[in-house]
Design a protein around this ligand. Structure first.
Ligand SMILES: [Zn+2]
Length: 123
């Protein structure tokens, strides 16, 4: 799983992938967000591209990725795949993000492109 944060002008701010740095519970979105200065003004206009819908709840961390994205000020998320068993209202990342004022764009065809960062990192 990979995530890339791209500024409004197309500049890549950071990217991350799950289980980064040997952390077995690290999520791609939080790994990427951790690399951006929280005070970076470009976050407000940035888009998070994630190969998986940002999580809405998790046992291993106090804050889910959807909340981390909102807290970072990012208001646009493009994701390739939505977890099929999390369509309960308010329990899914898309619902949490939308409720927080963010736009979520689901692009199934994005899945192949979303794998590019991982392929790049392993190559
Ligand atoms: Zn997550």
């Amino acid at each position: 799983m990979g995530a890339v944060i791209v500024a409004a002008d197309g500049t890549e701010l950071a990217r991350g992938h799950s289980r980064e740095a040997g952390d077995p519970v690290a999520h791609a979105e939080e790994a990427a967000l951790a690399k951006v200065d929280p005070a970076d003004p470009r976050l407000a206009g940035a888009t998070v591209y994630s190969s998986l819908e940002p999580c809405a709840r998790r046992a291993s961390r106090p804050l889910p990725c959807a909340r981390l994205i909102l807290d970072a000020g990012v208001r646009r998320v493009v994701t390739a795949w939505r977890e099929p068993d999390t369509f309960v209202e308010g329990a899914d990342g898309t619902g949490l993000l939308t409720a927080g004022g963010a736009e979520v764009v689901l692009v199934p065809e994005f899945e192949a492109a979303a794998r590019e960062p991982n392929r790049h990192l392993s190559g």
